[in-house]
Write a protein that binds this ligand. Structure first.
Ligand code: VTB
Length: 347
C-alpha cells in the first residue's frame, strides 16, 4: 500500500491554522494589521518547522509586497529525507482589515497540494491581482455541468444568472441571497441584485468565506459574485472542489498597465478564459484547511472563556470530499504554540 500522506498530515495542518488564528487573536480590534499578520505567520512557520514535509509556498505574499506573511518560494517543513513534497497556498489572515477593526469575518487558511518533484502543481498561481468570481452550491453546479450553455457563467448578464439561480433553487428571485465584496468595482452586481429585489449581503473584506458560503446550505447564501483577490480565488477553488459546489473565475486586470504586463508575461491568451475550480485547483491530491478567527456565515470565530480558547476549523480533501469540522478547546495555561521567532533551532 502506498503512503497516503494527505490522510496523516491533516491534523498537523489544522494545528498550523489553529496556531495562526489563536496567535493573532490578541490583535483583534487594535488597528494593527501588520502585527496581526506577523503573529499568525510566526505561528504557521513555527508549526511547519515541526512538520515532516518538504513544503514550498507557491501562493503567498510576493516578496515585493513587504508584508509580514509567508512568501512565494519560501520553503516550509523539515525537508527531512523522504518527507512528502507539498506545494502550499496560504493566507495567514484573510480579512486582516476586519480583524484590525474587530469586524466579523476573518480566517486563517491553507491549501496544500501533494506533488512529486517535477510534477505540475495542483495550485495555479494566477498572476493578476484580482479575479472576477462567481460561486454557487451543488444544485446549481449540477445543472451547469449537465448543460454548460446555461446563462450561469461570468460571461452571462448577472441578472440572468440570479434569475436562473432562483429557478434552479425553486425560489422566488426576491428570496435569492447574493454576497459580494463592498467595493466600487462591484457596483454593477450590487445594483443588479437591488433592482431585482433579491437579497444582498455585502462583506467588507475576506472573500474566501464569502465564496465558499453558497456550498453550505446552512449559510443562507445562494451566490457569491464579484471581483476579489486572485490568491483568495485559488484557495476558494480548492475548498469548493471539496464541498461539491462550483466556482468560476476570470482574471480582472486593474488597468491598462496591468493588462499590458500580463500580456508581456505570456498570459494574453488567458485573459478571457473562465477558469473553473478544477482549473485553479488541479487534480485530486489537494487539502484545504481553515480556522475561523472572527465569525462568518461559513465558520465560527474564536471564543475565550476563562483560560480556554475554543477554535472551529475545517479540514477537507478533494480526493474523497470528506468535510471535517473540528472544534478545539485549548487550555491556554498548557498550550504551547510553536513560534518560529522563538525557536530558531527548529528551522
Ligand atoms: C479580498 C479579500 C481580502 O483583499 O480578496 C480583497 O478576501 C481584495 O480586494 O481579505 P481589495 O484590494 O479591494 O481589498 C482583502 O480584503 C485583503 O487581502
Amino acid at each position: 500500500m502506498t503512503n497516503d500522506y494527505e490522510r496523516t498530515v491533516g491534523l498537523d495542518f489544522i494545528r498550523a491554522t489553529e496556531g495562526g488564528a489563536i496567535s493573532c487573536f490578541t490583535w483583534v480590534g487594535r488597528g494593527e494589521k501588520e502585527l496581526a499578520d506577523a503573529a499568525a505567520s510566526d505561528a504557521i512557520r513555527g508549526t511547519f518547522d515541526r512538520m515532516n514535509i518538504s513544503g514550498e509556498v507557491v501562493i503567498g505574499e510576493g516578496i515585493k509586497d513587504n508584508a509580514p506573511g509567508l512568501f512565494k518560494g519560501e520553503k516550509v517543513g523539515t525537508w527531512a529525507e523522504g518527507s512528502p513534497r507539498f506545494d502550499i497556498a496560504l493566507d495567514p489572515i484573510d480579512g486582516t482589515t476586519n480583524l484590525s477593526k474587530g469586524l466579523p469575518n476573518a480566517i486563517c487558511c491553507i491549501a496544500a497540494s501533494l506533488c512529486a518533484e517535477g510534477e505540475e502543481s495542483g495550485l495555479l498561481d494566477i498572476p493578476s491581482f484580482y479575479m472576477d468570481k462567481l460561486s454557487y452550491g451543488e444544485i446549481i453546479r449540477d445543472a451547469f455541468v449537465a448543460d454548460p450553455s446555461l446563462p450561469l457563467s461570468l460571461d452571462s448578464e448577472p441578472a440572468e444568472t440570479i434569475k436562473l439561480a432562483a429557478k434552479l433553487l425553486s425560489k422566488d428571485v426576491t428570496d435569492v441571497v447574493v454576497t459580494a465584496m463592498d467595493r466600487p468595482r462591484n457596483a454593477n452586481i450590487i445594483e443588479t441584485v437591488r433592482s431585482l429585489g433579491a437579497n444582498l449581503r455585502l462583506v467588507s473584506d475576506g472573500d474566501i468565506t464569502a465564496a465558499l458560503a453558497p456550498a453550505l446550505p446552512q449559510s443562507g447564501i445562494d451566490l457569491y459574485m464579484g471581483i476579489g483577490g486572485s490568491p483568495e480565488g485559488v484557495l476558494s477553488a480548492v475548498g469548493m472542489r471539496c464541498l461539491g459546489g462550483g466556482l468560476q473565475a476570470k482574471m480582472w486586470p486593474r488597468d491598462e498597465e496591468e493588462k499590458t504586463s500580463l500580456i508581456t508575461e505570456g498570459w494574453g491568451d488567458q485573459l478571457d478564459r473562465i477558469y473553473l475550480s478544477k482549473d485553479l485547483a488541479r487534480g485530486e491530491d489537494l487539502l484545504f484547511i481553515m480556522t475561523g478567527i472572527l465569525e462568518s456565515p461559513f465558520i465560527q470565530g474564536i471564543t475565550i472563556h476563562g483560560r480556554t480558547a475554543t477554535t472551529h476549523s475545517v479540514l477537507m480533501r478533494v480526493r474523497n470530499r470528506t468535510v471535517r469540522f473540528v472544534t478545539g478547546h485549548h487550555n491556554l495555561d498548557y498550550k504551547e504554540i510553536p513560534l518560529r521567532s522563538q525557536n530558531q533551532s527548529l528551522q
